[in-house]
Design a protein around this ligand. Structure first.
Ligand SMILES: *Cc1c(COP(=O)(O)O)cnc(C)c1O
Length: 495
């Protein structure tokens, strides 16, 4: 399978190049035109375990990788660091289903991809005399999942920046206690945007040319990398398999997926599974009050010129959903010129508009809706009261949107699978408050109270946090970030 930019078909790349590059030189995202022939036959899924299915799907997209290396990478990514033997178990929520994506080492869905990406990068680096320093800014969740994924990866080190005193106490502890001799964490005096802006500057600074002769390159781990997207296709197929095994589906029966969405990476993986032939009726895009996607999928106008809202589902507080560009490419029938034009409008005017024809094509695969913070809190409370399920605020947004779809008759006469993207204990204060009321309590205290009142087991990695030594204490000014990256390269890669 070959990859090219969403904005041009002039150059083609194999998957190893696409993974190491991340983004195309013209600013577009890597896509492949070869996947529609890759039929995912539902009948053939039934006997497979997660790892076997992962290999079957990923090898098609990573056809230039050595199969043995890929199989080994999958085996070591999806092992007992996941707290469930099923890796991503499907469990009932009333008449619907939760696809639990939060059993990885940091208790959020990004683990599923970030356990795999570093291993794919290592395979791509093999036989090249190159090393990578991953540099990432985080508002909390992605940083920890990336640190955990890249720890001890060969030929790769990682530096994560987060805004000093502006992440939750659980997120702080998760990052400050990070183990691994190739992991570096800096707290930056500033906000998340400051961190993000400076990281972008570092990527085009003199450090890049200074490192050139040494074979060290800077790279990022963000969700537009195909090495994050491809591993996410697997759990859609595996969810289908689990529902067949439970007798809820016969091979070929349709299913709906409702996906809490921020950067459009998770739901895009479902769209790819559907294009490969998985019998998905609709993908329901669930947003919080930053509902730019709900408006887009309703009117055909994507308009980011609006107030940014801080919500209790912070990983979905996004106004520019980067991965949407890939869906636009496919739904325009592979029209690079059109896709590039829409993205140009977005960056220059702050909005773009698609034709009615294209919108109705998109609506054949996608439905949408959004939930306010109050509605998400109510969904958390109701899920506990009615079904004895403790869910996190991101999952709650999707539960509410799925319910709305059903109420207005837009849900199919088929099983509804709601993607559950974080452990409730990652957002223990809001979850506890939603169910039991009362004033605000700290994350640690809320964890203990939530456990006491609900009996929902606390994930081991979160329970042990208090006991772990603080290993990362650097607090930096913005202008010190570049030097920190350089020092880290020297300490870990230029030995
Ligand atoms: C990142 C994230 C999302 C959104 O996923 P996208 O791929 O960005 O759409 C939803 N929930 C949680 C908990 C997340 O961490």
């Amino acid at each position: 399978m070959k990859y090219h930019s969403t904005r041009s078909k002039e150059a083609y790349f194999d998957s190893r190049d696409a993974i190491l590059k991340g983004l195309c030189d013209d600013g577009g995202l890597f896509v492949t035109d070869d996947m529609d022939g890759e039929r995912l036959d539902p009948g053939a899924l039934i006997d497979k375990g997660y790892r076997e299915l992962a290999f079957d799907i990923m090898k098609r997209f990573l056809s230039d990788m050595d199969e043995k290396s890929l199989k080994d990478a999958i085996a070591s990514a999806y092992d007992d660091k996941f707290a469930s033997r099923l890796i991503t178990p499907v469990t009932p929520l009333g008449n619907d289903w939760l696809l639990e994506l939060y059993h990885g080492p940091t208790c959020a869905f990004k683990d599923v991809a970030l356990c795999m990406l570093p291993r794919l990068m290592s395979i791509a680096l093999k036989d090249r005399d190159e090393k990578l320093m991953i540099v990432t800014a985080t508002s909390g969740d992605t940083g920890k999942a990336a640190l955990e994924g890249f720890r001890d990866a060969s030929g790769i080190a990682i530096t994560v920046f987060y805004p000093y005193q502006k992440v939750s106490d659980i997120q702080y502890l998760q990052m400050a206690t990070q183990e691994g001799n190739n992991t570096f964490v800096g707290a930056v005096r500033g906000n998340f945007d400051d961190c993000q802006t400076e990281v972008k500057k570092i990527f085009s600074s003199d450090i890049v040319s200074e490192l050139e002769g040494s074979g060290v390159y800077l790279s990022s781990a963000n969700s537009i990398n195909i090495g994050r997207l491809i591993p996410q296709i697997v759990y859609y197929a595996d969810a289908y398999r689990q529902l067949m095994a439970r007798g809820e589906l016969l091979p070929g029966d349709p299913v709906d997926f409702c996906v809490p969405t921020g950067n459009f990476g998770d739901v895009l993986a479902g769209y790819i599974a559907k294009r490969m032939g998985l019998p998905v009726r609709k993908l329901i895009v669930a947003s919080n009050e930053n509902n730019v996607l709900t408006d887009f999928l309703t009117t055909g106008v994507y308009d980011r010129r609006r107030e940014f809202k801080k919500t209790i589902s912070p990983s979905m507080d996004i106004l520019v959903s980067s991965n949407l560009e890939r869906m636009l490419y496919y739904e325009s029938g592979g029209d690079c010129e059109l896709t590039a034009g829409l993205m140009k409008d977005l960056s220059e005017k702050g909005y773009f508009r698609i034709s009615d024809e294209m919108l109705s094509g998109i609506r054949e695969s996608f439905d949408c809706g959004y939930a306010s913070d109050d509605e998400a809190r109510e969904a958390i409370r109701a899920s506990y009261e009615s079904y004895d399920r403790v869910v996190d605020p991101h999952t709650a947004v999707a539960i509410k949107v799925a319910e709305d779809c059903r109420r207005r008759g837009a849900a199919g006469d088929c099983p509804m699978v709601i993607l559950s993207t974080a452990s409730p204990y990652k957002f223990a204060s809001d979850v506890y408050g939603s169910i039991f009321g009362g004033g605000a309590v700290s994350g640690q205290e809320a964890m203990a109270l939530l456990y006491e009142r609900t009996g929902e087991p606390i994930p081991k990695s979160l329970r042990d946090l208090q006991k772990k030594p603080i290993l990362h204490k650097e607090v930096l000014d913005i202008r010190e970030m570049k030097g920190f990256v350089y020092d880290n390269v020297r300490r870990s890669l230029l030995l």
